[in-house]
Design a protein around this ligand. Sequence first.
Ligand code: UD1
Ligand code: UDP
Length: 367
Amino acid sequence: MKKILCVVGTRPEAIKMAPVILALKSEPWAEVRVLATAQHRQMLDQVNQFFGIEPDIDLDIMRPNQALTTLTARLLLDLDDVLQSEKPDAVLVQGDTTTVMTVALACFYHRIPIGHVEAGLRTWDMQNPFPEEANRVIAGKLARWHFAPTEGSRQNLLKEGIADADIVVTGNTVIDALLMSAAKDLELPIDIEADKRLVLVTSHRRENFGEPFRNICKALRTLAKNNSDIQFLYPVHPNPNVKDVAHEFLAELPNVILCEPLDYAPFIAVMKRAYLILTDSGGVQEEAPALGKPVLVLRDETERPEAVEQGVVKLVGSNCERIIEEAQRLLDDESAYKVMARGVSPYGDGHASERIVQILREYFDAI
Ligand code: UD1
Ligand code: UDP
């Protein structure tokens, strides 16, 4: 048996790692161990519960509004103990969070091979997204296996000098998770009047904190005031830098519902019900095209250009006027809307985790 330690820290990691964990668990050669750093607490737990995954080790690292340096330092110390006692044959991480970067570094020091799920996403700008671009570059430098979601991400890794033989284009496991979940009976968590169109919003990126995020909220307020026949739903990220500002600008508007982060299944249900999605989330940029929902991205850059190139996702940044103009156009102009409301899935076919497991199986068979 080979011991594979799968690490999850935040909500998106748990969603995207779940199909890999479940696929590995049915492999006779693999002893699967799940480590939750719990960089997120409530948001992580609800995803693991949804997929029936119970972490074997939980570092419970989250503290309210914790600084990135403190988070990094505490994680590295705790990971040292875990890797010494677990002695895994391989470790899998997903994405570009602080959890991913610290686990990659700790594994490097312990000489344990790392598999990086969702490898090779790049904007080539260290400040955007911050600190994720640095996290994924560091993880990429240290990884043994690079599971790239698209051909574009493979090309990015080749540009950085990663050996072709160490990269596999697998698709993104987010689509595996979406298909597993969309097959279930998904109930809307909130009453939306049947005749009303729904605009779904999420926003949490650190490079938007401060003035850019205030501009985003101002734009949402104007859009809500100008479109009283449209319902806006915004599940607010619990980071205080987001939560306080969102409530300051949007709490009093009759057609805006601010709620706690939604559990994964209800969130998919509202994505399906939405007419239009405004977001700075990476995962939502991948899921929404597969559901045929137009997305306006509240960022200046994206490491997910594929859906933009296909014309179903558009970057609008954090400029107040631009957000209002682009959203209003899609609300008013049905032909412009239809062009963006095409179901395409550039990020995967739902079989990414099978491909990842196969690579690991072949590796361990050969040694
Ligand atoms: C993190 C990731 C980001 C990812 C996002 C997904 C880093 C640096 N950032 O950002 O890449 O896109 O997760 O959501 O790794 N909090 C809670 N409960 C929770 C989760 C968070 O209260 O379940 C609050 C806490 O005050 C916490 C703060 O949010 O300190 C920030 O959490 P953190 O993980 O540091 O960063 P995110 O902004 O969530
Ligand atoms: N999501 C969720 N509940 C919400 C908002 C998002 O379950 O209220 C899911 C969404 O379907 C996607 C993931 O969380 O799979 C994206 O996570 P997030 O936006 O926090 O992080 P990012 O993808 O930007 O790293």
